[in-house]
Design a protein around this ligand. Sequence first.
Ligand code: FES
Ligand SMILES: [Fe+2]
Length: 359
Amino acid sequence: MFLFNAWYIVAEPDEVAGGGIVARTLLGRRVAVYRGASGVLVGLDDFCPHRLAPLSLGTVVGDGIRCAYHGAEFGADGICVRVPGQKAVPPRARVRTYPVVERHGYIWIWMGDPAGAADESSIPEGFWVSGDPAWIGGYGHIESIRSDYRLINDNLFDITHAEFVHPESFGGVEVQYYRNARPGAQFVDQGMTFEIGDRSIRFRTHAARLGLEGGPLWRSMVAQSRGVAEWNEPVDFRMEVIWWAPIYTSFHISVRPADEPDAAPVEIYNLHAAVPESETSSHYFYRSIRNYGDPSMDAMFIDAANFVFHQDKPILEGQQAVLGTRDLLDTDPISFAGDRLQLEGRRILGRLLAAEQEA
Ligand code: FES
Ligand SMILES: [Fe+2]
């Protein structure tokens, strides 16, 4: 089940540079996205109404697109403007188009009720950091992971798995806090608080003097920012996570040596988007952005993010293989204390899906 009335990331800007046409299946529909000569972004169904050749095999001409098969040309509004070798253009010769915008360093598409596209509130405001040049970083993208987007949401909500799946990076004592999360908006030492909104969930963890029992990544952030091989002194750790329905998650991690309360914090944002491709697969876009180091470190960060995600991938794809086309919650699974927020996220999603079906 897909939520149609939402903005979805469809491409990275460099994929549509220089006349590039992106072909991608989103929400079970094949779409093509390109940038016209005037700079306008165009999204449309990826098939020609003549003999259904994918338009993404064609060529950008001005702000329009020319089909690779028999050369029919369509304007940015999807209306056919030219059929080679004949004067008349068949009146039904048009392609469905979709609103497309560029925000926060990504290209987004709206595939729901066209009347709702003007409302950009489903573009997560917390992704601003990926469009801000003061923050540096890199991005990655897994074209198709054989896992429903909801399993990926669940995974990002539940970091208790880090102790077992990511022991050399995220897995530290702080993942225990997920099991005793309580409502609130404060950073609580050695604990987690959360706030549930209409379309979002926000949670925070904090540990005032986190030593070797904490996630190894926090100490390596300090070491990297200071150009030293390792950092084994205690750190003040805080993390704020925000999930926006239906598929966007931001992790903001801030670390500072515990004995240097005046030092500037070393910060990272990890942004995740699990864009539904089909009922059982997703496109996975992510960014790793930080406030320290120089761009030559970007590749290392993206390699590290890739490494972590490839630790999750076999589990997510394995879950989907077991589920087939069933939804996880329809199998009546057992739940643990650390599952609370993912169940809340599923509840929000379920409510939005039900409201959209009703409308
Ligand atoms: S299939 Fe596109 S012009 Fe024939
Ligand atoms: Fe993970």
